[in-house]
Design a protein around this ligand. Structure first.
Ligand SMILES: NC(=O)c1ccc[n+]([C@@H]2O[C@H](COP(=O)([O-])OP(=O)(O)OC[C@H]3O[C@@H](n4cnc5c(N)ncnc54)[C@H](OP(=O)(O)O)[C@@H]3O)[C@@H](O)[C@H]2O)c1
Length: 252
């Protein structure tokens, strides 16, 4: 099937890495369904850019941590496009604070969006992929799983969970033509990291990543050329993981 007949759903498409993924996939020919939670103006701006570049995009508002909203979202996409070929679980939040002062509600808030969100999205979309015997699920984790900073117990646990979900789901659906992989970015300049960029930017590590550094990899994993890649976590961090010896992450 030609890419121009394929349909992609991207969560967290209003800003940062998700916006770049929407632009990448639309540029590659996919009909893109961009999902945002609150940033309507930004989401519509991304959609306008895509449309004026000749791409196809539909904008949806939904909270990925809400079961009913996810069900409604996937129903809407299905009735509009009839299929889902690619799901990118990119929506995420960060709420770093030391474990000793983290309330259960704060910890759960991160887990709900970053881990329960991908579970709900996968559960809603996998049956549609099984119908066609084809699918690409790309989850976005973080290299905080391997080099967490202080205050990242919830964030790192949520992203570690996403990587485990990827492997387990790949086992379940691999023989049905569905590929499930994770992309683990390093530090990428977006709204999420703007607040800490000044504190973190001065070390001797690799340059800050750009959203396009991540979207290029997602574009590859969404394509037919990635058919033999299954259940993997692929890091895109400019080499931070290999350049930094274990246990030497600077305390913030
Ligand atoms: N930036 C980095 O350095 C970095 C590094 C490693 C991993 N990551 C991961 O990469 C992904 C994107 O990060 P980013 O830096 O681009 O983040 P960002 O600029 O803060 O954007 C986050 C996106 O997620 C959406 N979102 C948040 N909660 C949501 C919810 N409950 N339901 C639906 N959408 C929701 C936001 O929607 P609204 O704007 O509409 O609210 C926004 O589009 C995240 O999963 C993040 O953990 C980022």
């Amino acid at each position: 099937m030609k890419t121009s007949q394929r349909v992609a759903v991207v969560t967290g498409g209003s800003r940062g890495i998700g916006a770049a993924i929407c632009r990448q996939l639309a540029g590659d020919g996919f009909a893109v369904h961009l999902v945002y939670r609150g940033a309507e103006v930004e989401a519509k701006k991304v959609a306008e850019e895509i449309t004026s570049a000749g791409g196809r995009v539909t904008v949806h508002q939904a909270d990925v941590s809400d079961e009913d909203q996810v069900r409604q979202l996937v129903d809407d996409v299905h009735s509009q496009s009839g299929r889902v070929d690619v799901l990118v679980n990119n929506a995420g939040v960060i709420d770093d604070r030391l474990l000793a002062v983290t309330t259960l509600a704060q910890w759960e808030g991160v887990i709900r969006v970053n881990l329960i969100g991908p579970y709900l999205m996968c559960r809603a979309v996998v049956p549609l992929m099984l119908e066609f015997g084809y699918g690409r699920i790309i989850n976005v984790s973080s290299n905080s799983v391997r080099i967490p900073g202080p205050g990242q117990t919830a964030y790192a646990a949520s992203k570690g969970g996403v990587e485990a979900l990827t492997r387990a789901l790949a086992m379940e659906v691999g023989r049905k033509g569905i590929r499930v992989n994770t992309v683990a970015p390093g530090r990428v300049k977006t709204d999420m990291t703007d607040a800490v960029a000044a504190q973190l930017g001065g070390d001797a590590g690799p340059r800050w990543g750009l959203p396009e550094d991540i979207s290029a990899l997602v574009g590859f994993l969404a394509g037919d050329g990635a058919d033999y890649i299954q259940g993997q976590t692929i890091t895109a961090d400019g080499g931070r993981l290999v350049m930094r010896p274990q246990g030497t992450r600077r305390a913030s």
